[in-house]
Design a protein around this ligand. Structure first.
Ligand SMILES: Nc1ncnc2c1ncn2[C@@H]1O[C@H](COP(=O)(O)OP(=O)(O)O)[C@@H](O)[C@H]1O
Ligand SMILES: [Mg+2]
Length: 348
């Protein structure tokens, strides 16, 4: 097992208070469904693609998963939610966008049709990212909720794929947590693995804070998180504390937190050992923090991947037989498996 996947001790650096935010109540559609804050009927899924740093392939993965899911017969809406460095349109060969997410959020274009562009791939549409830096605006939680609510209500898409910015800003974390499936892209390098842990930790804190707001157990969670000695410790430690002090909340909390499930995608694997880094991270995180993650699989480092970007074409269309394209298809197939078969009663 490679040493660098073992997490370093974590300082208890919980994000600032969530004052003013109001996470939406869980929509209890399916107990067997996936794990986002917003569980909903099978036919509508939000996939968020995040990662600790830039340049690791988040947009490449988002664009090509969009293509793969569309090719599998699903309607897909890609949303460039990289509020500081939007470029998903370029990965898809779409020219500079006339309307963007920014128009939707700021200039009152509430009609999705006005900001949605076609990508040339049947079944795959795009909302291009804001060209001004929305990140600086630090979107309110309510704006993010409104955005996703409107996207869900106005589109017939089966899948929304959110391509997130790098890092752990609240904007990024909130979109990641609201999604049904949070995909975390990581490179098989110590620095990237470290950033991935930082991302998961920040998302976990953010989720805990949202959960605590709902259950009114703020002091318990704060106490569990702020213990310097040992830092966060494990998920089970937090639940144990709650169980001792508020047994009735513990079970619900446990269910909520067990649903915190990040899906890893290792990108740019160059060796067979690199391909196993995802599995090693899964067991390390489980051992040290008691949190389950899934390894969705690895993508090979492949010259075709960067060549396709230079041609402004998804590699899945440009070089469908390349190792990276085949890896992307496998990951798309695994994602579809997570959701299970589509019921007849799917929302139109
Ligand atoms: N599997 C891969 N093999 C080779 N190059 C890759 C691979 N994945 C991504 N790249 C390169 O990395 C660059 C950055 O990818 P991108 O998706 O834009 O990153 P991010 O969205 O995380 O900032 C791409 O333009 C491409 O050149
Ligand atoms: Mg990107």
């Amino acid at each position: 097992m490679r040493a660098f996947v073992k997490p370093a001790p974590l300082p208890p650096s919980a994000p600032a208070s969530l004052a003013g935010s109001s996470p939406r109540a869980a929509n209890d559609v399916s107990s067997a469904g996936p794990t986002g804050l917003a569980r909903r009927a099978r036919s509508r899924r939000i996939i968020a693609v995040g990662g600790g740093k830039g340049g690791i392939g988040k947009s490449m993965v988002s664009a090509n998963l969009g293509v793969a899911l569309a090719q599998a017969g699903h309607k897909v809406l890609l949303v460039d939610a990289d509020l500081g460095g939007a470029n998903l349109h370029t990965c898809l060969g779409v020219g500079p966008p006339e309307s963007t997410l920014s128009d939707f959020l700021r200039r009152g274009k509430a009609n999705l049709e006005e900001v949605m562009v076609s990508t040339g791939v049947p079944g795959l549409s795009l909302i291009a990212g804001a060209q001004d830096s929305l990140d600086a605006a630090n979107l309110k939680y309510a704006q993010k909720q409104k955005l996703l609510r409107t996207l869900l209500s106005q589109t017939t898409a089966d899948y929304l794929i959110l391509d997130l910015g790098a890092g752990t800003s609240f904007n990024t974390l909130d979109f990641f947590l609201i999604a049904d499936h949070g995909l975390l892209v990581v490179l098989p390098e110590p620095t990237s693995v470290e950033n991935a842990y930082r991302f998961v930790k920040a998302a976990f804190f953010r989720k805990l804070q949202q959960t605590e707001a709902r259950y009114g157990i703020q002091d318990l969670v704060d106490g569990a998180l702020s213990t310097r000695e040992g830092g966060l410790r494990t998920l089970h430690d937090v639940v144990d504390q709650v169980r001792r002090k508020a047994p009735s909340d513990a079970e619900r909390l446990e269910r909520e937190l067990a649903a915190f499930r990040v899906h890893l995608v290792v990108n740019q694997a160059r060796t067979d050992a690199d391909e196993k880094v995802g599995a090693a991270m899964v067991s390390a995180w489980k051992k040290f923090f008691g949190i389950d993650m899934d390894d969705l699989g690895a993508l090979r480092y492949d010259d075709e991947a960067w060549r396709a970007v230079r041609k402004r074409k998804p590699v899945l269309l440009e070089r469908p037989d390349s190792p990276v394209a085949q890896g992307l298809q496998r990951i798309a197939a695994r994602l579809l498996t997570l959701d299970g078969p589509s019921p007849e009663s799917a929302i139109p």
